[in-house]
Structure formats: structure tokens, C-alpha cells
Ligand binder design. Structure first.
Ligand SMILES: NC(=O)c1ccc[n+]([C@@H]2O[C@H](COP(=O)([O-])OP(=O)(O)OC[C@H]3O[C@@H](n4cnc5c(N)ncnc54)[C@H](O)[C@@H]3O)[C@@H](O)[C@H]2O)c1
Length: 337
């Protein structure tokens, strides 16, 4: 039995408590929060859990094998560091921390202490994204031209990080995974409409190797909840829509082919080729449950998680570059390799 302690029981933390209470071979033994109401609610919902105000009580407890950090982003670095030093394996919510040096220190520490350090890039455990990954990987889409993602809603609003660090984190993790690489360069513009120092909207252009162009639109200030990615390749186009219950993946057999005039050499016109739209079967399961199950597997078998701390650092490199570009009104910023 793997005993888990959950630090941070706001909106998201209780989902981890639920999963680790139900997954086979694990138990959510303790939880911590600074807020009394949250602790009371946790005790009422999960009868067997031991709540505490002080996360150090969890870290000192000899029966706790691993911790989940689900607190505001700015607290992640300190809490992950303390947890690793206390000898616990750690699953930290996204993003891992708020700077490249912090991420490097955490990677070094986890390695030195031989602890698992996983980041909650939950969309890599989303079966729709996994299907999209397969379609790109097996060549169905052909050569990729560009991809576009939209992650918008009215709220929830954060005060510790902007919409880029909160929302685009997901998209960057997805695109790095789909393209098995990191972007080379970024250009981003954003708007601070609701809070003076925090962007609530951003339009981000990322330039990946092999000339793949990626665009990300994130917003807390939008009338519609949208979670979509469009992939355009020279063989197929695919749309992932996380909110589509019928089938989150639609494959469009549509492409453009050049037709040559046979009388004149080198001249051609572009012809849009129409085809079927297919909806492949995708097993709908809870991504967070799959992610938490993977964490347990990594603890048991002492293996590197799919979303290890290095992948967390790769995302932070892009986030920092976006932040620089935002500050310089969209100037192109190179991403350190
Ligand atoms: N993967 C996802 O899809 C997803 C979704 C939502 C949130 N998140 C991530 O989860 C984390 C938490 O988000 P949230 O929406 O639950 O935030 P929240 O503000 O609702 O909850 C955070 C909780 O942490 C508590 N807290 C702060 N410092 C603490 C400390 N030192 N010890 C114990 N408790 C402490 C606060 O009292 C609060 O209850 C963030 O990193 C966020 O990015 C991920």
C-alpha cells in the first residue's frame, strides 16, 4: 500500500485525494491546507483522511511514502524542495515552479536523493491527446504545417500567475510531446484587462523545428469554454475538442494538391481535395486518474515518469521566453536549448 499526503486542498487538490483513495494499492492518508474551511470540507467528504494545517506534519510522518503538491504555483518550489529533503516521492501540479534555476535545482535534488519527481502535465494522460499523438506519429497527418490551440473560458482567475503560466503550460506540454521537441523561438502579445500586473489574455506564436508553426490562444476573459487543437498536415487535418462527448477527435481527409497546366512549364494551380470526416474511437477515461495511476507505477517500479521534472523544465523555458516576449511587445525571443 502506498500512502499519499496531499498538500493543498483548494479546487484541484480534492480530485487527487479522491483518486488516491480509489486507485488500487494507494491510500490518501493525510492532507494539508492553510484554510480551516477547506480542511473541514475534506474531513466531511473523506472520512478516513487525517487533515492538518501544517504540511510539515505530513513530511514528518513515517508512513507517508509520497506527496502531491496542489498549492498555488508560487509555493511549488519551496514545498517540492522540502518534500524531497524529507525523503518523499513527489507529484507536483503544473507548472513545476516559476523559473529555470529553480527547476534545475529541483531536478538535481531529486536525482541526488533518488526520489521520483513528476509534474502534473495532465493532458499527456488525456486519451484524445494520446490519439492525436498516434495520428501524428504513424504519419497519418503527413508533414505538419501548423497547429493551433484555443484554451479559453470566463475565469477561473488567478492572482499569483498570469493566464500564460496557468493555461498555456498545458498547451506547451502537449505540443512538446506531439512534436518530440522544443520550440526554437517565441513571439507573444497579451492583455492585462482585469488585473494591473497579470495578463489574462495572450496570443502566442511558437516556432518549432522542421518549420512547424504553432499558435496558442489562452484567456480567462472569454464568453466560451473552449479546449481545442487543430492540426494541419499535408495528408490530413485533425481537430481535437476536449468538450465533444461524441468523439473528441475528428479526422478531415482534406488537403491541397498542386495541379500543373500541361501546356506551360512550371505553372500550377492549387486544388482543394475534399474527403470524408471520420471520428475514431477514443476511450473516454479520467486523465487525472490515469496520471495519478502512472505516479503510483513510477513509485513502485522506480521508473522515470512520462512527465518527469526535465519535461517540466522544458515547459518553463518556453514560459520564461513567452514572458520576455510579452514584456517587449511581441519581440521574437529565442528559447534556450
Ligand atoms: N492539471 C490541471 O488541469 C489543473 C487544474 C486546476 C489547478 N491545477 C493546479 O493545481 C494547483 C492548485 O490549484 P487550485 O485551483 O486548487 O488552487 P486553489 O487556490 O483553489 O487552492 C490552493 C490551496 O492551497 C492552499 N495552500 C497554499 N499554501 C499552502 C501551504 N503552504 N500548505 C498547505 N496548503 C496551502 C490554499 O489554502 C488553497 O486552499 C495549481 O498549481 C494549479 O496550477 C491544475
Amino acid at each position: 500500500m502506498i500512502n499519499i499526503g496531499i498538500i493543498g486542498c483548494g479546487q484541484w487538490g480534492p480530485n487527487h485525494v479522491r483518486n488516491f483513495s480509489h486507485l488500487s494499492g494507494s491510500r490518501a492518508l493525510m492532507c494539508a491546507d492553510l484554510n480551516e474551511k477547506r480542511l473541514k470540507a475534506m474531513k466531511e467528504t473523506f472520512r478516513n483522511i487525517h487533515p492538518t494545517y501544517d504540511h510539515r506534519e505530513i513530511l514528518r510522518h513515517p508512513k507517508i511514502d509520497a506527496v502531491v503538491i496542489s498549492t498555488p504555483t508560487k509555493t511549488h518550489y519551496q514545498l517540492v524542495k522540502e518534500s524531497l529533503l524529507a525523503g518523499k516521492d513527489v507529484l507536483c501540479e503544473k507548472p513545476l515552479c516559476t523559473s529555470i534555476p529553480e527547476a534545475r535545482q529541483l531536478i538535481k535534488l531529486a536525482k541526488k536523493l533518488k526520489r521520483i519527481l513528476m509534474v502534473g502535465h495532465v493532458f499527456l494522460f488525456n486519451s484524445g491527446i494520446q490519439k492525436l499523438h498516434n495520428l501524428i506519429d504513424d504519419g497519418s497527418c503527413g508533414r505538419l504545417y501548423y497547429m493551433h490551440s484555443q484554451r479559453t473560458n470566463l475565469g477561473p482567475f488567478r492572482t499569483d500567475v498570469n493566464a500564460v503560466w496557468d493555461l498555456a503550460t498545458h498547451d506547451i506540454a502537449i505540443f512538446n510531446h506531439l512534436l518530440k521537441s522544443q520550440p526554437l523561438e517565441v513571439s507573444a502579445r497579451g492583455g492585462k484587462f482585469l488585473q494591473k500586473k497579470i495578463e489574462d489574455v495572450a496570443f502566442i506564436s511558437l516556432f518549432y523545428p522542421m518549420n512547424v508553426l504553432v499558435n496558442i490562444h489562452v484567456s480567462w476573459l472569454d464568453p466560451r469554454k473552449v479546449r481545442q487543437i487543430t492540426v494541419v498536415g499535408d495528408k490530413k487535418m485533425v481537430i481535437w475538442d476536449d468538450l465533444d462527448n461524441v468523439g473528441p477527435i475528428r479526422c478531415y481527409d482534406r488537403r491541397v494538391i498542386p495541379h500543373y497546366y500541361y501546356q506551360t512549364f512550371g505553372e500550377f494551380y492549387l486544388l482543394a481535395k475534399e474527403g470524408n470526416i471520420t471520428i475514431p474511437k477514443v476511450d473516454l477515461s479520467e486523465p487525472l486518474k490515469a496520471q495519478d495511476g502512472h505516479f503510483l507505477d513510477c513509485i513502485r517500479n522506480r521508473k522515470q515518469p512520462l512527465t518527469n521534472a526535465q519535461s517540466g523544465l522544458d515547459v518553463i523555458k518556453v514560459l520564461e521566453a513567452i514572458q520576455k516576449s510579452l514584456a517587449q511587445k511581441g519581440r521574437s525571443v529565442r528559447i534556450p536549448s
